[in-house]
Design a protein around this ligand. Sequence first.
Ligand code: SF4
Length: 203
Amino acid sequence: MKSGMLAAEATFGVLNDNSNMEAYWDALRNSWVWEELHKARNYRPAFEYGLFPGLAISAFEHYITKGRSPFTLKHRKPDHEATNVARLHSPIQYPKPDGVLSFDILTSVHRSNTNHEHDQPAHLRLKDPKIPELVNLPEYAGPESRYCPARVYEYVADEKGEPKLHINAQNCLHCKACDIKDPKQNIEWTVPEGGGGPGYSAM
Ligand code: SF4
C-alpha cells in the first residue's frame, strides 16, 4: 500500500512538475517500507535449501544480524516454474469451511466488497486463449481455478460438454497470484480503472 502511495505521489509530480519517475525509486528507497523489506529479504529464499536450513537461516537473520547480513539469497527459479504437473501429486482433501473461523469462497468474496465497473475493459486477459484447455487443465489440473482466492477462473462445460475457461474478472481481489503463478505466463494482468477492486470495510 505504501509503495502504491509513493507511486501515486511520483506520478502526480510527473504530471504537474515535469519530473520523472526516478523520483518514485528515490522515495521508495528512503521509506520505511524499503527498510522493512530489506530486513526480511532472506527469509523466503532461505527455504530453497529445505525446511530446517530455512528455519536456521531465518532465525539467524531475525535474531542475530537483524537483516544486516552482507549477502542476499536468491530464488532459484521464478514461481511459475515451480508448479509441477498434476500427475506427480495426489489430490488434497481440504476440510469444509466451518462458518466460524473458515468460510466458503463466495462468502469471503462478498465480504471483500470487491467491485469493478461493468463497462470497463477486462483487466484479466489471456495471451493465447487455447492454453487453458490445451495445457493448464490436462497437465496442471487447472491451477488457476484452485489458487485464485475469488474463484475468478472457472472451467465450465460448453454446449458440447467440453470444459472451457470462464473469467469472472468482476470478482478479482487484486492479489496477483494468477500473474505470478500461471505455469505458461499466459495471463495478462492490467491495472483496472481507479477505485475498482476490494474494499475491506474492517481494515
Ligand atoms: S489477481 Fe488474485 S483474485 Fe484476481 S484473478 Fe488473479 S488470482 Fe484471482
